[in-house]
Design a protein around this ligand. Structure first.
Ligand SMILES: [Zn+2]
Length: 69
């Protein structure tokens, strides 16, 4: 079918496997995202370390392991 073929051509990455990475948090100080899976919370541009205080959701982001060299 011509229509279906066109859709596949427009989305070549749609069938690629994605790995999901959880444990991302929203920082209540700089409003950025930071990864909560390391031993420290990283460096926050607002000062000190990123903060998950205030109750951030456990954000799960798509990760593409094939993009890592
Ligand atoms: Zn921060």
């Amino acid at each position: 079918m011509a229509t279906q073929q066109a859709q596949e051509d427009l989305s070549p990455t749609a069938t690629r496997d994605l790995t999901m990475q959880r444990n991302w948090r929203h920082c209540s100080k700089c409003f950025g995202l930071w990864f909560n899976g390391h031993s420290t919370n990283g460096v926050c541009p607002a000062g000190g370390a990123h903060s998950g205080q205030g109750g951030s959701w456990d954000l799960i982001l798509p990760a593409d392991p094939t993009s890592l060299a």
